[in-house]
Write a protein that binds this ligand. Sequence first.
Ligand SMILES: O=C(O)/C=C(\CC(=O)C(=O)O)C(=O)O
Length: 316
Amino acid sequence: MAHGDTTGDFEKSPGWLDWYDGPSTPAFTLPEGAVDAHCHVFGPGGQFPYAPERKYTPCDASADQLFALRDQLGFERNVIVQATCHGADNRALVDALQRSNGRARGVATVRRDVTAEQLAELHAAGVRGVRFNFVKRLVDRVPTDSLEEIVAKIAPLGWHVVIYFEAEDLPELYGFFSSIPTDVVVDHMGRPDVTKDPDGPEFALFLQFMRENPNVWTKVSCPERLSVTGPRALDGEQHAYTDVVPFARRVVEEFPGRVLWGTDWPHPNLKDHMPDDGLLVDYIPRIATTPELQRQLLVENPRRLYWPESLNTQGA
Ligand SMILES: O=C(O)/C=C(\CC(=O)C(=O)O)C(=O)O
């Protein structure tokens, strides 16, 4: 369904695909307490304007719409990640966290001049991390000394750093990423080229990065973004994105305690189709094949990072 061409004073980027309205109820029953650990809120633009420096203008995707999806799919909680279309203006994120009744935590974007007071306010709202984006079509590159300054400011709060990059850029960024002292969460497995061999050198470098750095976690999310051959999660398809499965399954099985999963709703910048989020949930048991792996991926791991106070076992 189209959600309108304008949002407040903003016109959506040409060719923008709106999120899928009326997703199916998943066939896979999520474990109790499951967390959608990667999703976004956009605007509404009339209330929370998009950032002047943005590289795309999305359709609105409000907190209420996100919470309705959460309930429909059977998740208990969300981790809402600041997207580049809102720059370092975290107001839409903070508003969503505050209206979630403690059922959402957040990852913000901040600049090097962020103050301790601003960070304390974000923490009180439920922010637990910052995101550094290195995807060239989304942002202008921020120098690493600025990022190091930010890390020094957020580390005392117990926050972590979410990094988003493409596989071809890992060799250049490997040293900087390995130097980050906090926990680090890699979005979408570092965006592997899934036409390549999962046993080949490109993905081997990513696996090596995770092996060498026990503070590094990853989201085994976004098959709809990584897949080349599909099939797409539409029309009841129960075997969607088969080409991504070997990559995600490999990571889940080698690092079961350091993986997260999220819908990526509302799926910004997809070009050729918009997935049915219910069918995306049905992809999960193909990459986390046992109830124990599913519980770690969906419940225990996200709680350790985002709701550690809810765990009563030490070092769980
Ligand atoms: O939602 C995602 O994970 C991916 C995005 C958008 C994004 O990250 C952003 O705007 O910050 C993408 O690949 O276009």
